[in-house]
Design a binder for this molecule. Sequence first.
Ligand code: PAF
Length: 282
Amino acid sequence: MLVTESIEEIRNTVKLWKREKLKVGFVPTMGALHDGHLALIKQAKKKSDRVVVSIFVNPEQFGPNEDFDHYPRQLEEDLKICRKVRAAAVFTPEVPDMYPGEKFFSISINELNQHMCGASRPGFFEGIVLVVNKLFNIIDPDIAVFGQKDIQQFLIIKQMAREFNLRVKLEMGKIIRANDGLALSSRNAYLSNDERLLAPSLYRSLSYIEKQISNGIDKPELLIAHQKNELEAKGFKIDYLNVFSLNNIKPVEKLEKGGNYILAGAVYLGKTRLIDNILLEL
Ligand code: PAF
């Protein structure tokens, strides 16, 4: 497995693979890999001949009071995992490699980022599309796989690929959960033992709402308000908990038969921000 910080080296490696007509899959990550990432790498392997994993904690997607400095970094562990799952290459650039000088350009997002995480994390998705664009330009993958846990990220990147005519095909990987339902996330490492026991409550609330909707509730406002109260009573601070349209990521009051929705929540447990979602196809 090639491990390189060098943009030139990863580019040349991929170029050689392409010359041999090999299909290149790509899984961008910020490291602290867990079984969720593993599943994405396996999915990419099924659809391609060589998989590149990038590990880069992207400063551009962290706000000034967010956890960039404390974000878990465990490169040696991560490389072991990538070797085990037989990634072909791991690209581990440093910040000056990705952002070498003044930035005269930026990508702005006009839609799809006004609700869910975009509403509470200004600049977050701009930072993501910037780095993902750069990574796509460096790696030039045939396919790239992103996780459903970050569904808004996936939908924004998909739209970016469509509008900017990117060649890469995007795939979404399922959410991987611990036995008690908690969606796997690198940030789960921040949870204390007590918080870890409470954390699956978010998924339980989402599952309860999903069940009521599948039983025919089409105006979930009160149901959601009740679940928010329950979570708050357990000590969660709610950022959002709502149903959003899958098409435009706007909140929806009345659900229609045949509609596609995202039932999603973001909550704080102590200092840890947890997100989760369930896709609804009515
Ligand atoms: O989902 C992530 O880990 C990050 O947002 C990504 C896509 C690697 C961009 O930094």
